[in-house]
Every structure is written in structure tokens, then in C-alpha cells.
Ligand binder design. Sequence first.
Ligand code: CTP
Length: 446
Amino acid sequence: MANVITYGTFDFFHEGHRNILRRAKEIAGKDGRLFVGVTSENYDRERGKLNVCQDLQTRMRQVQDSGFADEVFVEEYEGQKIEDMRRYSIDKFVIGDDWAGKYDYLGEWCEVVYLPRTKGVSSTGIRNDSTRLLHGGIVGSGRIAGRFVVESRFVSGVVFDAVFNPRKSSADNFAANHGLKGSFDDFDKMLGEVDLVYVATPHVNHAEYVRCALKAGKHVLCEKPLTLSAQEAKELYALAEKNGVVLQEALKTAFAPGFKHLVNLAKGGLIGQIRQVRATFTKLMTDKTLREFDKAQGGGAVSELLSYVLCPTIKLLGRQIDPRKVDFNLIKDEECEVETFASGMIKYDGATALLTVGLTAKDEGCLSIAGTKGYIWVPSPWWKTEYFEIRNDMGQPTRRFFFLFAGDGLRYELAEFVKRISMGVDNKTWSSEDSIESLRIIEFIR
Ligand code: CTP
């Protein structure tokens, strides 16, 4: 008789999982107990497992339904295993031999047993079968496109192997620099070769490429702002739905694990009723020849950056903003044809959003959310949410939250996009309604 513990993600519960739980239960014996830790979504993301498909509840239920586990609990953080050993008075730690050696350090607390892994089956294999590798093409070959290709290599189930630019030499250079097989100056030709596209052209061209790709039945991930007109965005989302494909606005902050957690906590009432969202995103750009300063290319602080600060506004205070309650001051540097700084407020019933964006003047880039029971403070750069605090300054200790925001963070929006395509997962993270509302406000302010 022994108390035995084991851990896993248990995504798409399969024969290998059943076998290891059965053998672990045999080791526990008739009177022993088997404890099974199932990794939380957040912990999986932190350890780089971005492709887990089933939610935590489903994975825990499957382990429970196997009939071998006496207790199923959540594994939430690195280092939890040692705590669990003590909490459950564990005699033996059991894990598949794909982890051989990795958990020897637990030998200080209990016996460590590596069991042979069942051959020929894995969650990764099941995911890849059910998802067939998707082929993607990049539209545009500028700065963000390059960063995106690098990030895409961290997401499974998709490979970007083509690029389009109307200037063939630019497409060729990009393809050569990033090791892509296909380089196109004919958009329709590239569409014929791919399942999906990532649109990273100047804003003014987004709608045209997105419409063309959707008409061809391709899924589209498009840089923000999706369009400069909310009506056009509405039409594009409707077209995507009609053609049974996914259209997603690539607003990286919305998909960042830390930001998603912050939204859940705030919406869950942890700081009471939200009275104010204050968000700032400013840069000091000196090269005025860049697209950001070009009116013809849809430049300006509002089209470049307002999507970011509208993200916490819309997620926390809601949609249906009354344009009469939007008041912004747009400021231009003398030599510029677009606004280079913008700040203002959006009044809701019972709450206010105070938002600042800028391309040529700098302010502290923090996000602060005021509530009736305390406030959430996210230091700069809050749009890459790695850390935030919940404070109330009323004697209760500050709660601190840490998250991973790996690389450029574009992998998170892509991982969710791929999941939506492959698994039909619903997009509540940054829905078409959220996106349209944000674009409506951007259009109004511009
Ligand atoms: N396991 C096993 N035999 C398999 C697959 C998994 O014995 N064919 C064991 C693992 O060694 C681990 C437990 O099942 O002890 C949970 O593994 P998990 O990582 O959830 O499953 P995998 O199929 O390995 O998942 P992935 O492909 O995502 O790595």
C-alpha cells in the first residue's frame, strides 16, 4: 500500500494516459491512493506548451472518468510538486520514462519511478492528425512581418512558407532572409498555395487583401487596425462567416496570457466595480519617413496605437460606446501631416476611460484600473503583460501576479487563430464585436 502521485496535461486522453494511470494505481495497491495533478492552462503556457486543445475541466474530467485516480487536482506552478509531496504524504512519484532523470530531485521526498511510455501514441500525434498541418502565407514583408515569421515557429500545426509583396524583389529578399519556399508578386497565385494568410501591409491596404483572401476561402489573421472603417470591418467579418473561414484581428495584447488573466480577475469582481481604466502607450519615434507618419498609408498615433488602449477599455468597460461621450485632443508635430499625440476620455455610465497614445512624445506606459475595492496596476510595458499588482492601500497586502510573455508575443494570437481553425474553438478573447467596436471608435476619433 502506498500513496502515489503523477502529473500530466492529459490532452485528448489516450491509451498511453490510461496505461500509466492503471500502472500507477497498481503500485498504490488496494488500500493506497492515487493523486493525479493536471496542468492548468496558464502553467502549460508558461512552460511553452501553447498547443493544448482541451480545457482544464475537460482534461480533469477525463482523468476522473478513467476510474484510476482517487484525487484529481490542478498543477499550477513550477515547484508545486514538492508542496504536493508533503500535502498528500506521498510515498512514490510515478511518471513516464520520456521524463527519465528529470525528476530525480524529488528522490529527497519520495521514491521516484519512471515507467515505460506506451509506444505509438501521444497527445501531439492526435492533435496533428486532427489538425493537419496548415500552410500560411505572409502578405507584406515589412518590420512586423519579419518578427511574425520568427514567432510563428513556436506554434505547432502551422507553417508559413510563402510571402507576397507586389514588388517581387522585396518578396524574394524576405523569403531568402527567412528561409521561406514561396515568394510571390501575384496575390491570387499565393492564395492558391496556402490555407491561411497573415496580413501585415500598411493599414490602408488591409481591407483589399483581407476581402480577396476571404473570397478565396482562406482564413485571415490581420494586423490591427483591421480596417479604418467600422462598416468595412463588419462586411469582412460577415464575409468570413458566410464563407466558413476565420477572420481574426491580430491585437497581440488581447491574446497575452497575463492580460487575459487580468481581465478575468477584474471581471470576476476582485477590485469591485470598475470606475476607471487609464491606459497609455507612447513611443519616441525619430524617423519621420516611416509609414507611421504617412497620411496616405493611414499613419498617425490613433491608427497606430489606439487599438492597444481600447483593448482594456472594451474588455473591462464594454462595447456600445456613445460617440457623443468620446472626447479626444489630437496634436500634430509641426512638420507632420498626421496626429503624433492623442489623449482623451470616453465616458461610460459609472466609469471613465482615460487614454493616451503618442508617436513623438513620451509618457509612462502604464495601465491602471480603479475599482470600488482596490485597483490593478500594470507597469510599462503593460501591453506585453508580464506582471501586475492588485492593491487597495487599506492594509490588505498587495497581490502580485507574474506571467510569461515570450519573445515578441505574437505567438499567442497565432496559437489562438490556429486553434479556432483546427478545433472550431470560439473566440471570446478578441471577438469580431470587440474588434468592430474598437474600429468604430478609431474611425470616429480620426
Ligand atoms: N504517457 C505515456 N505514454 C504515452 C504518452 C504519455 O506513458 N504514449 C505518460 C507521460 O509520460 C506522462 C503522462 O502520460 O507521465 C501524461 O503525459 P502527457 O504529457 O499529458 O501526454 P503526452 O501524450 O506525452 O502529451 P504531449 O504529446 O502533448 O507531450
